[in-house]
Structure formats: structure tokens, C-alpha cells
Design a protein around this ligand. Structure first.
Ligand code: NAP
Length: 260
């Protein structure tokens, strides 16, 4: 597959290495121009070339943007039209300044800018070093580390999931861009916390049980739903439900799934 990469730093450069090793063709770009990428493309080999962000955008069937969050409005909207864009950028106030999200999640704001693209949030929660060192293409998919994906287009999520698989990780779906994206933002317990795909699915199942528990009044005083009723609602055993409730926390749910 042709993959465009915008941002050649810790994440863009590391992903470029994995994609070329997996046999994909890449065009990588940064803010300083292709001439600054000569050494990198030489090191990456014949599957790699350097370009401008616009050239990377045009080249890619899929484009990874891995630039500082505050620069997202520089992403070329026209060139990225009808393209799957993986957004790895995370917002940090200290680096990115104060931005207004108006109730939207970080990647929803990027998607609003890239209004003609299909934006999938991925590569956000894993530190660059882990991404570089923990790729295990030969391992059982459940035992590889999880790379979380969120988005509103199942087909595009599948395409990104296949790429993640190609580079030795396993895609674990956190849901749509709004709720699923929120779960991946800095501060979440799955943020920069390496876990296998099996562990990640189990953590998300526990989280979802807590969400349902909150919605059904499990935490209300007096309690409006019993553990047995909750287990039935979730189609789980009572013991699994109790384990989920021990692992999840109401505070986490309040923080990540509150209405804007
Ligand atoms: N590092 C991590 O562990 C990690 C993990 C997950 C997600 N993230 C997120 O991923 C994004 C990239 O992080 P990073 O650590 O890879 O950053 P980084 O090492 O500082 O690299 C940033 C890259 O973005 C390029 N860039 C900046 N503005 C640009 C623009 N307007 N157009 C094109 N390219 C531009 C820079 O180009 P120049 O080199 O030419 O300036 C640089 O190549 C950030 O939003 C970060 O929060 C990082």
C-alpha cells in the first residue's frame, strides 16, 4: 500500500520504519522540506521517498499525520480528500497552547478540519520507544501489544487495523471518534500503558460495564440496579461483573464519557 506520512519525528519516523519493513511504499514529509529527510530515506531504503506534506498527502492511500497538535490546521484539506487519515496527534496545553474544543474530542477537531477525509484515531496512546521496540509480527495477535483505534467508519478502521497487524501490533477498537477517541486521550488509564491486545480488550470490557453501571443507577443512593441485574444486562456472570466493577472506576467514566 502507498502510505503518506506527515511528520518525521519520533512517531512518524518510527512508523515509517515499520511500514517500509512490512513492504509498504511511503512518502514522508516534515515542516522543513524533503531535503532535510535525505539521510532518513536513505536509511529506510528503496520503499521510502521524501516529499512535501502535500506530496505525502497525494501519494498515500492512507496518510498518517504525526505532527504537534497545534499545527493540525496546516494539514492540506484538498490533498487529503477521499483519503483515510490516521491522526496520531495529542493535545498538550504546555506545547500546543490553549485551544477551544467546544465539547469535541481532540481528534474530532482534526476531523472537522479534514472534512473530506475519513479520520481514524490511532498511534496516540503508545510511546515512541515502545512503538519502536515492541513490534512482534510473528506473535499471536492476542499476545502482541495493542494499538488502539477509534473512528466512525468501520471499513476504514479495518484498513488501519490491517496496517497495524502488518507492523507487529494488534488493533483494539475503542469505539467511535467521540467516545472512543476520548478514551485514548492523555490522562486515560490506557494512555501510554503498554498492554497486550487480550489485556486491552478485558480493560475496555471492564470500563464498559462501569459505564452501564453508572447509566443504570448502580452508583446511585439508594442503588437502582443490583449486581445480578447488571450482570444480566451485560450478559456476563455475576463474578465477571464484580471483577469489572473492581477494575473500573466511576471517576474514569465521569471524566471520559461526560456529555459536552
Ligand atoms: N512521542 C511520542 O511518544 C508520541 C506518542 C503518541 C502520539 N504522539 C503525538 O504524535 C505527534 C508527533 O509526536 P512526535 O513525538 O513524533 O513529535 P516530534 O518528534 O517533535 O516530530 C514532529 C514532526 O512534525 C513535523 N511538523 C511540525 N509541524 C508541521 C507542519 N506544519 N507540517 C508538516 N510537518 C510538521 C516536524 O517537522 P520538522 O522536524 O521539520 O520540524 C516533525 O517532523 C504529536 O502530536 C504527539 O503528541 C507522540
Amino acid at each position: 500500500m502507498n502510505i503518506g506520512i506527515i511528520g518525521s519525528g519520533a512517531i512518524g519516523g518510527t512508523a515509517a520504519r515499520h511500514f517500509t519493513d512490512a513492504g509498504h511504499e511511503i512518502t514522508i514529509s516534515n515542516s522543513r522540506g524533503p531535503e532535510s529527510l535525505t539521510d532518513l530515506v536513505e536509511e529506510l531504503g528503496p520503499n521510502a521517498q521524501a516529499g512535501t506534506p502535500a506530496e505525502a498527502a497525494t501519494f498515500g492511500d492512507v496518510v498518517l499525520e504525526a505532527i504537534p497538535y497545534h499545527a493540525y490546521e496546516a494539514l492540506p484539506v484538498d490533498k487529503l480528500a477521499d483519503t483515510i487519515v490516521i491522526s496520531a496527534a495529542n493535545y498538550y496545553v504546555g506545547r500546543d497552547g490553549i485551544l477551544s474544543f467546544d465539547g469535541r474530542t481532540q481528534t474530532e477537531l482534526v476531523a472537522a478540519h479534514l472534512s473530506e477525509s475519513t479520520v481514524i484515531k490511532a498511534f496516540n496512546t503508545m510511546g515512541a520507544r515502545t512503538l519502536r521496540e515492541e513490534s512482534r509480527p510473528e506473535a499471536d495477535p492476542d499476545d502482541r501489544l495493542a494499538l488502539f483505534v477509534a473512528g466512525d467508519d468501520p471499513e476504514a478502521k479495518g484498513v488501519v487495523g490491517d496496517l497495524i497487524d502488518d507492523i507487529g501490533f494488534t488493533a483494539v477498537d475503542t469505539g467511535p471518534l467521540a467516545e472512543g477517541g476520548r478514551l485514548q486521550e492523555p490522562g486515560s488509564p490506557i494512555y501510554t500503558e503498554p498492554m497486550t491486545a487480550g489485556e486491552a480488550r478485558s480493560a475496555l470490557a471492564a470500563f464498559r460495564t462501569v459505564v452501564v453501571a453508572r447509566d443504570r443507577g448502580y452508583y446511585a443512593t439508594p442503588r437502582e440496579i443490583t449486581t445480578a441485574e447488571l450482570a444480566e444486562n451485560r450478559d456476563l456472570t455475576e463474578q465477571t461483573t464484580l471483577e469489572h466493577l473492581r477494575r473500573g472506576t466511576r471517576g474514569l467514566v465521569d471524566q471520559y464519557l461526560q456529555d459536552p
